[in-house]
Design a protein around this ligand. Structure first.
Ligand code: 5GP
Length: 216
């Protein structure tokens, strides 16, 4: 292990948020980022926060992997008990981030990746400075529509609704630390990875540094 890695072992994890309108490539990018770090050491690992939602699963979605699919009552119970770190209504449904999973990983120095909207991102920023946010833009609205169609998991009227909501989501781009145009998936992934690596090296995050420097 290098000296840098030893120092990095003593850092708090960061909350790495990827937001975008549906269809801009965020899910694929998240999956590929996680794959990169799957076999990495403790100080490099990043895990996905799995949200709860009251929407029904789409074909192929698995409970406990893509989301925890809840009934309204189960969701409101979690809100009432303060078990969600952030929560919001997006489209017609409720979404939220279970707090315990995130807090446990952050405190042991593991980064957590979030696929949440601007409302949730705002709430995280209000909670802590450990947040880094990235907004992914589609290259054009035509391309976004094409991607939503190609996915064909949603009905035509749902796609039309999502195109409307996409503009609303995009209007919040200025609230994010980083903004990327996802024209090429590989290149965007490289950029996201660079952001993650640089943010991990920020002085304030390297809690082992003072001790290291003192011992020089
Ligand atoms: P979908 O229904 O397509 O999976 O997600 C719809 C939107 O909800 C996406 O923009 C996604 O980022 C957002 N979302 C998913 N989980 C959460 C969550 O836990 N909190 C918030 N605030 N938004 C979420």
């Amino acid at each position: 292990m290098t000296l840098q890695q030893q120092v990095e072992l003593q850092r708090r994890g960061l909350m790495f948020v990827l937001s975008s309108p549906s269809g801009a490539g965020k899910t694929t990018l998240s999956r590929r980022l996680l794959e990169r770090y799957k076999s990495a050491g403790a100080h490099e690992t990043i895990v996905m926060s799995i949200s709860v939602t009251t929407r029904k699963p789409r074909p192929g979605e698995i409970d406990g992997k893509d989301y925890f699919f809840l009934e309204e009552k189960q969701y409101t119970d979690m809100v009432d008990k303060g078990e969600l770190l952030e929560y919001a209504r997006v489209f017609e449904h409720h979404y939220g981030t279970p707090a315990k999973f995130v807090q446990d990983h952050i405190s042991e120095g593991t980064d957590v990746l979030f696929d949440i909207d601007w409302q949730g991102t705002r709430q995280l920023f209000a909670l802590t400075k450990d947040v880094v946010s990235v907004f992914i833009l589609p290259p054009s609205m035509e391309e976004l529509c094409r991607r939503l169609r190609a996915r064909a998991q949603d009905k035509e009227e749902v796609i039309a609704k999502r195109m409307l909501k996409a503009s609303a989501e995009i209007s919040h781009w200025q609230e994010y630390d980083y903004v990327l145009i996802n024209q090429d998936l590989d290149q965007t992934l490289e950029k996201i990875d660079s952001i993650l690596r640089a943010e991990r090296l920020k002085r304030v995050r390297q809690q082992g540094l003072p001790k290291f420097v003192q011992g020089l």
